[in-house]
Ligand binder design. Structure first.
Ligand SMILES: NC(=O)c1ccc[n+]([C@@H]2O[C@H](COP(=O)([O-])OP(=O)(O)OC[C@H]3O[C@@H](n4cnc5c(N)ncnc54)[C@H](OP(=O)(O)O)[C@@H]3O)[C@@H](O)[C@H]2O)c1
Length: 267
C-alpha cells in the first residue's frame, strides 16, 4: 500500500515517522505534498528520501490511501482541488479537528470512501491515541486499513462520529495538557532543589508509568491513587493540595473547552 499525505506539517510528520518506525510502510511508499518546497523541508529533514511534490492532485493520482493533514480552515478548499482526480480506488482519510463527515464528503465525488480520524502527536513515538468514524460509503476493508495504520502507531478505537469532538478534548488535545503537567512537575522539582534535566526526566517517566499502570493493570485510577496514599504521608498531603487548587476541575474544563472548540470549528 502507498500512502499520500496532503499537508506535511506536525501531524503528517508524526504519522509518517510512526508508520516507518512500526514498519507498516516503507519510505518509498510514502508521498507528501505542501504548497512549496520550503513547506516540505520539515518532513524531508525528518524522513530521509520521502517522495515530495507541490501538486496535491499528483498525490491522489499516485496513491490509493490519501491522508489529508491540512488545517481545518483550508480542508474544504483542498478537497475541492483534488475532487476532479479522485478515483474509485482512493480512500480519503481526514485528520482535521472539527470537520464533520458530511462536510468532508460534500466537495468530493458521490460515493467517495471517507474516514475521519482523530489522532494525536504521540503517534510519532508509537504511543498515539486515535479514534475514527467511517463515512457514508466507507467499507469494512477501509476500517481494516485505518485500524492497521493507526494501531501501528498506538491505540486505535472506532467510535460514532457524534463522539469525535469529545475524543478531540481528551486525546487529540490531551498531549498538550500532559506536557504542561510534566513541565510543572519539573518546576516543582527544581524549586525543591533538583537539577532541571533530572526533574524533567523523573516527571516525564512518572506520567508514562502512571499511564502504563492504568492500561496494563486495568485497575481504576482511584484505586491506584489510594494505594500510594499512606495515612498521614507525603502523597495524601500533595493530593489534598491538588484538590484544594481545583486540579480535577481544571482538567475537566480543559477537555470541555477543547471539545466545544472542535464543535465550533465544525459549524
Ligand atoms: N497537531 C496535533 O496535535 C493534531 C492532533 C489531531 C489532529 N490534528 C489535525 O491535523 C491537521 C494538521 O495539523 P498540523 O498540526 O499538522 O498543522 P501544520 O503543522 O500547520 O501542518 C499543515 C500542513 O498543511 C500544509 N498546507 C497548507 N496549505 C496547503 C494546501 N493548500 N495544500 C497542501 N498542503 C497545505 C502546510 O504547509 P505550510 O507550512 O506551507 O502552511 C503544512 O505542511 C489539522 O487539521 C489538525 O486539526 C492535529
Amino acid at each position: 500500500m502507498t500512502i499520500g499525505f496532503i499537508g506535511a506539517g506536525k501531524m503528517a510528520q508524526a504519522l509518517a515517522s510512526g508508520f516507518i518506525a512500526s514498519r507498516v510502510a516503507s519510505v518509498d511508499k510514502l508521498f507528501a505534498s505542501a504548497p512549496s518546497m520550503e513547506s516540505l523541508q520539515g518532513i524531508k529533514e525528518k524522513i530521509n528520501n520521502i517522495n515530495v511534490t507541490t501538486d496535491n492532485k499528483d498525490i491522489v493520482r499516485k496513491n490509493d490511501v490519501i491522508i489529508v493533514a491540512v488545517k481545518p480552515n483550508i480542508l474544504s478548499q483542498v478537497l475541492k482541488e483534488i475532487a476532479p482526480v479522485i478515483r474509485s480506488e482512493n480512500l480519503i482519510i481526514s485528520v482535521a479537528a472539527g470537520i464533520r463527515i458530511p462536510a468532508i464528503e460534500d466537495p468530493l465525488p458521490n460515493g467517495t470512501r471517507v474516514v475521519r480520524v482523530m489522532p494525536n502527536t504521540p503517534c510519532l513515538v508509537g504511543a498515539g491515541a486515535s479514534a475514527y468514524s467511517l463515512g457514508t460509503y466507507a467499507q469494512s476493508r477501509d476500517a481494516e486499513t485505518v485500524n492497521k495504520l493507526m494501531s501501528a502507531v498506538g491505540l486505535c478505537e472506532k467510535v460514532p462520529e457524534s463522539l469525535i469532538d469529545a475524543v478531540v478534548g481528551v486525546s487529540g488535545s490531551g498531549p498538550a495538557y500532559m506536557f504542561v503537567a510534566i513541565e510543572a512537575l519539573a518546576d516543582g522539582g527544581v524549586k525543591a532543589g533538583l537539577p532541571r534535566h533530572l526533574a524533567l526526566k523523573l516527571a516525564a517517566q512518572t506520567l508514562l508509568g502512571a499511564g502504563k499502570m492504568v492500561m496494563e493493570i486495568g485497575a481504576h485510577p482511584a484505586e491506584l491513587k489510594d494505594e500510594v496514599c499512606s495515612p498521614g504521608g507525603t502523597t495524601i498531603a500533595a493530593v489534598h493540595t491538588l484538590e484544594k487548587n481545583g486540579f480535577r476541575g481544571a482538567l475537566i474544563d480543559a477537555v470541555l473547552e477543547s471539545c466545544n472548540r472542535s464543535r465550533e470549528l465544525g459549524n
